[in-house]
Design a protein around this ligand. Structure first.
Ligand code: HEC
Length: 402
């Protein structure tokens, strides 16, 4: 599992196609999930006597796309089962499968560049991949076990989920590159979400159908459990989406105590869900987004990158000192034709070959280099002294003269 496990150009295409699929499936899954939560919370008492007799518990009138829709929710099941029933399950399965495939192609096949940071934990590729997969499985088993034990204790269950997610975030930061650690935590929560659909929510639907077909009362337990899991999934969506986007934000995953920052931002996502879920029920609490906004400002102040070392001991740093560092530590990947095995094109389209290209990205380079997000996996063995020099050069104005 070195850089050349798959041809880099093949990897590029798999990356494109799988990512495209993953985003589309996730949009369909989360879109349906949001829609059904909104629907559930907007239902009104049915008006028609026939509906009430048939066991309709709530109804909603909607207008969308040039037409009126009239949706009814039955308390248990309709008097006769329809021939055609929409299920909403492949959205979830496709999201998980394409996401896992992406992780294999990008992170597992190229673990030394994307997953491992020897200065964090000196793992072999096989160890890192094994730990990552084991954590995905463990996340599901532990979560599922806790949910079974604590069916009746919703508040305690939420507290434990928060504690365990925090432990997972902290642990992953001790094991992987911070960027990969964020993704790993998101993948663990995403696995739990897909597991909820596969092992609980869809089987509960089967129980409803088979009970109806057998003419018996359905066992209420699977439905109650499925509802609980579905509520969990609803609150997991925004935190998971953040982890999936976090790779673009080095100032976040590169922060000191990144695990804490991750948890705090995930909580902001939960807060947003709480706000909207209450709003759909008719309770708009503006204090919630206000708290969120204050939290964002405090967090932004707390993790503002440290500019010290800017003077580099008072001596000024010239471009002639920085250029060889960039050439040696960055250009193997960030060149029109990368020489680093496993890269067929400059990653993220970033080329750092001419003085202009380097100067144009000076601020970004400073963030990435000081947070150790770059060089990826520190494959080019950049030293701390070199990092300090580059940061000082940027702080002094990033001039390419001299
Ligand atoms: C081993 C290969 C490798 C080396 C060496 C490397 N990078 Fe990167 N770099 C990457 C990869 C991979 C990405 C794309 C991350 C992604 O997919 O978002 C990237 C992305 C970037 C980006 C764009 C950030 C973004 O998220 O869009 C910048 C800027 C960057 N690197 C700067 C540097 C600098 C500066 C150095 C040298 C100190 C460096 N890189 C060394 C692999 C490397």
């Amino acid at each position: 599992m070195t850089g050349a496990f798959l041809d880099p150009y093949v990897t590029d295409w798999l990356n494109l196609l799988l990512r495209w699929l993953h985003v589309i499936a996730a949009m369909a899954w989360i879109g349906a999930s949001f829609y059904f939560v909104l629907l559930d919370q907007s239902l009104r008492e049915p008006k028609s006597k026939d509906d009430i007799r048939d066991g309709v518990g709530g109804e909603l009138w909607e207008v969308h796309g040039g037409g009126f829709y009239h949706v009814k929710k039955y308390k248990v099941a309709p008097p006769t089962l329809p021939d055609h029933l929409a299920w909403f399950k492949w959205e979830a399965y496709t999201t998980w499968l394409s996401g896992f495939a992406l992780m294999v192609v990008l992170y597992y096949f190229n673990a030394s560049a994307y997953l491992i940071d020897p200065s964090v934990a000196d793992l072999t590729s096989w160890e890192a991949v094994g730990i990552s997969i084991a954590l995905l499985v463990a996340a599901w088993l532990v979560y599922d076990g806790l949910c079974r034990l604590l069916v009746e204790r919703a508040a305690l269950l939420w507290a434990l989920i928060l504690v365990l997610t925090t432990v997972a975030a902290w642990g992953c930061i001790q094991l992987f590159q911070p960027r990969a650690a964020f993704l790993q935590v998101g993948a663990m929560l995403g696995t739990i979400m897909a597991g909820n659909v596969f092992f609980n929510i869809i089987p509960a639907h089967w129980e409803l159908i088979s009970a109806k077909e057998a003419g018996r009362e359905p066992d209420p337990t699977p439905g109650i459990v499925a509802k609980q899991r579905s509520v969990h999934n609803n609150y997991f969506t925004l935190p998971v989406l953040f982890t999936m986007l976090s790779g673009h934000f080095a100032f976040v995953y590169g922060a000191t105590r990144a695990w804490l920052v991750l948890i705090l931002i995930m909580l902001l996502g939960v807060l947003a869900r709480v706000f909207f879920n209450l709003r759909h029920q008719g309770r708009t609490i503006w204090a919630l987004p206000a708290v969120g906004a204050v939290a964002v400002i405090l967090l932004a102040i707390a993790i503002k990158p440290d500019d010290s070392g800017g003077s580099s001991g008072g001596t000024s740093v010239s471009f002639s000192q920085v250029a060889p560092i960039v050439e040696q530590r960055c250009q193997p990947c960030h060149a029109d034709t990368p020489t680093q095995p496993g890269f067929s094109s400059p990653p993220a389209g970033v080329v750092l070959e001419t003085p202009e290209q380097i100067a144009a990205r000076a601020d970004e380079i400073k963030t990435l280099v000081s947070s150790k997000a770059m060089p990826a996996g520190n494959l080019t063995n950049m030293t701390d002294d070199e990092r300090a020099l580059v940061v000082a050069w940027v702080n002094q104005g990033a001039s390419t003269k001299g």
